[in-house]
Design a protein around this ligand. Structure first.
Ligand code: M6R
Length: 614
């Protein structure tokens, strides 16, 4: 949610800011703006809607922009106040001496706004952010130094923020700071750049500094200095990052989502590499720092996540209980944080988050840590905020995921959970030979994923037929209930079709009342498990109510042709490993329905890739 870019140097400031914002669009936004330090003035341009609208505006005012020496830019995902130009960032103080862009939420903005209004500050927007501009400006009046005024202002704030701030009186630098929201500084030669995330920086430099919570940085053209809010200076820790330019290119695909769906076999192959070297040997996960002795005695695990990561967590619970016999609970982070839970120092809490920035999941992890729990984070961004609270981190290594709809991170999370569940079982003394077949089959999964992808053309045709429905029901059982839930989530996120998932056995306890010829039922059918026959019976019940039936199945049983209107076949696979294959047709179905309906596949309305507010 929201993205920030700041730049100081001799290159084209407008280009760098807009290109940087372009790479952050995946975070979700509904307006954009820049502030340019030009001819000793701060010039601000904003536009509602797509970044292209801001670019078009900047094109029309080209003649008034001379030679900016620095600038800050922002894409906003509205939280306080509508998505309009007034509420778009950057925001200024009353005299416009201070200009600010912000990611996060200032929780005490109402009180601050009242106090500042009493002091004579004139507010223009409805945003929480604007208080920061006024506060810094007020402090500046007595302190006369931007960095110190920022520090003085920030200690009065409650909430989360990543900020870039410029002062009309200090043309040599941008001041930035953070607390509970990501911010990095890219170190170039004779230029420096600040951003919410790596994609906005990699075209300029691969040397970055991760700013920590409660640190403020003064970023000049050829130097950076950082200090804590307490005043203590912070030595610069410059990290060289591997440049993932492919990750932010569509590589010839129409959308990032389609590219990311196609990346899944190689991601899973890489994840398996080195993890299962010999199926007769136990799985090694050296990243798990918890001693094997302690792990052996673990009797309860709590899994916390949101959205797609929560669906992966539900499958994780199934695997941990099935393989290791350890009781596992799984819960949405937004529910966990507001109830009296039973986490204590004997708990192992597994937090799953693609972005590592999800506010609910981070709050849950902080709470669990305060209670003394051991925290294992499974993430695609090992450099993210959430890992600061982790005792161990498992990197799912899916590469930067740009499409708002999670796909490759999900199958990478699943694979990681398979490995972890087997690892836990083996540590707990379950005989390694119990897992020989599963390990052998895991090694064949990337090739089977490739096979599923070869049916893409067929799925595209089927998707077209399904795109006319307004409502769809997904059903699944056991390990594939979550596959059904993930299929439904994908469809509603990007096509805006109302799709709901139920345990197949629940259909007749209520949802069946919805069924008729306008409400298709989508199922997952994997033979070799009791759930297969039971789910077929549930499909029969739906057919009797005239519902069209669609199934994703690994069965070759000809009899299914009489029952189902649409059959999508996947390769033969055991029930326990099937979720990692069965989800791919659901991803493709959602993708092609959305594409057929002409929706914005990669940036669906109202959604943000990183949900940084609770
Ligand atoms: O980054 P996280 O995995 O913590 O994100 C959690 C959810 O916001 C995310 O999975 C969301 O549901 C996606 N849009 C799913 O496609």
């Amino acid at each position: 949610m929201c993205g920030i870019v700041g730049y100081i140097g001799n290159s084209d400031v407008v280009d760098i800011l807009t290109n940087g914002l372009n790479t952050l669009k995946y975070r979700g936004y509904d307006s954009a703006g820049v502030a340019l330090f030009d001819e000793n003035k701060i010039k601000i341009y904003k536009a509602v809607g797509k970044l292209e609208n801001l670019k078009a505006k900047l094109e029309t005012v080209k003649s008034e922009i001379k030679n900016p020496s620095m600038g800050i830019g922002h894409i906003r995902w509205a939280t306080h106040g509508k998505a309009n130009e007034v509420n778009a960032h950057p925001h200024t103080s009353t005299s416009s001496d201070i200009v600010v862009v912000h990611n996060g939420i200032i929780e005490n903005f109402k009180e601050l706004r009242e106090e500042l209004t009493k002091k004579g500050c004139v507010f223009k927007s409805e945003t929480d952010t604007e208080v920061v501009a006024h506060l810094v400006s007020e402090e500046y009046k007595t302190i006369g130094n931007l960095k110190d005024a920022v520090k003085k202002a920030l200690v009065q704030l409650r909430g989360a923020y990543a900020l870039c701030i410029m002062s009309i009186n200090e043309p040599e630098h941008i001041v930035c700071a953070r607390k509970n929201a990501p911010l990095i500084i890219g170190i170039g030669e004779g230029e420096n750049v600040i951003a919410s995330d790596i994609p906005a920086i990699i075209s300029l430099t691969s040397n970055i500094i991760y700013l920590n919570d409660e640190e403020v940085a003064v970023v000049k053209k050829d130097s950076v200095s950082i200090e804590k809010f307490s005043g203590e200076s912070v030595p610069l820790k410059i990290v060289k990052i591997a440049i993932e330019t492919d990750a932010i290119s569509k590589m010839g695909y129409k959308h990032y989502m389609l590219k990311e769906i196609h990346e899944q076999p190689s991601i899973v192959r890489n994840l398996l590499n080195g993890r299962i070297v010999d199926i007769n040997s136990p799985i090694e996960l050296p990243e798990i720092k918890m001693s094997k002795d302690v792990l052996q005695n673990i009797s309860k695990i709590q899994i916390i996540a949101c959205g797609t990561s929560l669906h992966a967590g539900q499958i994780g619970k199934y695997l941990i209980e099935d393989f290791a016999g350890v009781s596992a609970e799984v819960e949405s982070a937004s529910e966990y944080i507001y109830r009296k839970n039973t986490t204590d120092k004997n708990s192992l809490v597994i937090a799953i988050s693609q972005s590592g920035e999800t506010a609910d999941t981070i709050t849950a992890v902080k709470q669990a840590k305060e209670k003394g729990a051991y925290i294992l984070v499974i993430t695609n961004r090992p450099d993210s905020n959430i890992t600061r609270y982790a005792d161990s981190v498992l990197n799912v290594n899916a590469g930067i995921e740009v499409s708002v709809a999670a796909t490759k991170s999900y199958t990478a999370q699943l694979l990681t959970l398979y490995l972890f569940a087997i690892y836990l079982a083996e540590v707990k003394g379950v005989d390694v030979s119990n897992f020989l077949e599963i390990k052998r089959e895991l090694l064949s999964i990337p090739t089977k994923m490739e096979e599923v992808l070869t049916t893409e053309g067929d799925i595209e045709k089927k998707a077209e037929k399904l795109s006319g429905f307004k409502n769809v029901v997904y059903i699944g059982r056991g390990v594939n209930l979550s596959t059904a839930m993930e299929g439904a989530l994908k469809l509603k996120e990007i096509s805006y079709i109302n799709a709901n998932a139920y345990p197949a056995g629940e259909l007749k306890h209520g949802p069946i009342a919805l069924l008729d010829e306008n409400m298709p039922v989508v199922s997952v059918l994997i033979p070799g498990h009791i759930s297969y026959d039971k789910t077929i019976s549930n499909c029969e019940e739906a057919k009797a109510r005239n519902a069209k039936l669609i199934t994703v199945t690994s069965s070759n049983d000809e009899k299914l042709n009489n029952l189902f209107d649409v059959i999508i076949r996947i390769p033969e696979v055991s029930n326990v490993l099937s979720p990692i294959l069965a989800v791919i047709p659901f991803q493709l179905l959602a993708y092609y329905i959305s594409n057929f309906l002409g929706k914005d596949v990669d940036q669906p309305r109202n959604l943000a890739k990183s949900v940084t507010v609770e």
